[in-house]
Design a protein around this ligand. Structure first.
Ligand SMILES: NC(=O)c1ccc[n+]([C@@H]2O[C@H](COP(=O)([O-])OP(=O)(O)OC[C@H]3O[C@@H](n4cnc5c(N)ncnc54)[C@H](O)[C@@H]3O)[C@@H](O)[C@H]2O)c1
Length: 335
């Protein structure tokens, strides 16, 4: 039996990841550490509730004593670290929780694992800390070019700065102590379990309520969208096969301008729900004042993880976007 900690497992990506790891690794016991912020929903893990291979601790990573106790008693063989404050808009209105959870929280868990694993040479060699980060640490791109693992860090929002800070601490733990860490930097995810505040759920929720669909600026910002299951597959691959001290970019090779993506979602909603009093759901689009410091474009070169670890996205965007939209239609219909 391997003992694995997943942090942020009641969030969007973490809950999808735990369901996958639980199925893929019958010899793993999983401990989910999550503070259960507004962005989480532990109900997504209800199917695991009675399993002897699943444990849950409602803990804030900032609480060093609690983290020390958990690490010392559970003695993890590996960590998937996803817990973070994740919404850029919130980091603009109130950056402090981002620094606390994303920087201090990462440090606390990393340091407790270092102390535990360094007690035994075998654990030190084999036990891995996978740090899950974002492409936003690289700043923004113009119309051309892709982020590679060599792109210098240039975070622009308090969110991306806090993630960049945590990436640097993890990096230093490899260079200083040769701790077995791997970092992944991923593009925008879509799929079930995402909090209402994010773009795709926001479009669907407002369309279904026949409310204006808010789009920042002129809707010209570009993001590279990856299905959450593809991301989870990449995390599992990086954890199992990645090289210690390396970073891997993860992306969908699937760039969309926000406005085009929203149009696409509206087309699917028109088909699935039939048009409402407003006619085409696109008539609800309402351009609102742009996000402060809004990065123009993110796009990932994911050739390193493909060439070195054999991962590439496998899910078809049209099919998975439709499936995602059906999941949110079901969610919002039952509210
Ligand atoms: N969603 C994306 O598109 C995306 C893309 C790239 C990277 N990421 C990264 O992936 C990770 C997961 O993102 P997500 O979209 O699932 O986020 P999310 O906001 O849906 O979930 C984050 C989870 O972390 C928990 N959490 C927050 N602060 C905590 C703390 N101090 N202690 C314990 N738990 C805490 C929350 O309760 C929540 O369950 C984050 O590290 C994020 O930076 C996300």
């Amino acid at each position: 039996m391997k003992k694995i900690i997943v942090t942020g497992g009641a969030g969007f990506i973490g809950s999808n990841l735990i369901l996958k790891l639980f199925k893929d690794h019958p010899d793993w016991t999983i401990m989910n550490i999550d503070k259960l912020t507004y962005a989480s929903d532990h109900n997504y893990l209800k199917p695991l509730k009675d399993s002897e291979r699943y444990y849950f601790k409602k803990v804030d990573l900032v609480d060093r004593d609690e983290i020390k106790d958990i690490v010392k008693s559970f003695k993890p063989d590996g960590v998937f670290h996803l817990a973070a404050e994740s919404h850029v808009d919130n980091s603009i209105t109130g950056p402090e929780p981002f620094i606390q959870s994303n920087v201090v929280g990462t440090f606390n868990l990393l340091e407790e694992c270092r102390q535990l694993w360094s007690e035994d040479p075998q654990s030190w060699k084999e036990n891995r800390f996978l740090h899950v980060s974002t492409d936003e640490v690289y700043g923004e791109l113009e119309d051309d070019g892709l982020f590679t693992e060599q792109t210098p860090y240039a975070p622009n929002s308090p969110y991306s700065a806090s993630k960049a800070g945590s990436d640097m601490i993890v990096r230093a733990y490899y260079h200083t102590y040769r701790m077995n860490v791997v970092t992944t930097n991923c593009s925008n995810n879509y799929g079930p379990h995402q909090h209402d505040e994010k773009l795709i759920p926001t479009v669907i929720r407002n369309a279904m309520a026949h409310n204006p669909i808010p789009i920042y600026g002129k809707g010209e910002n570009v993001r590279d969208w990856l299905f959450v299951q593809d991301h989870c597959e990449a995390l599992e691959t990086a954890f199992l096969k990645g090289k210690a001290g390396e970073t891997y970019n993860v992306g969908g090779n699937n760039e969309w301008m926000n406005l085009d993506l929203v149009h696409k979602i509206c087309d699917i909603l028109n088909n699935e729900l039939g048009q409402g009093p407003e006619g085409d759901y696109k008539n609800l689009i309402s351009f609102v004042t742009d996000r402060l410091g809004h990065d123009f474009r993110y796009a990932i070169d994911a050739s390193k993880i493909k060439n070195e670890l054999g991962w590439e996205p496998s899910q078809d965007f049209d099919g998975m976007l439709r499936e995602t939209i059906l999941w949110y239609i079901n969610k919002y219909s039952n509210k």
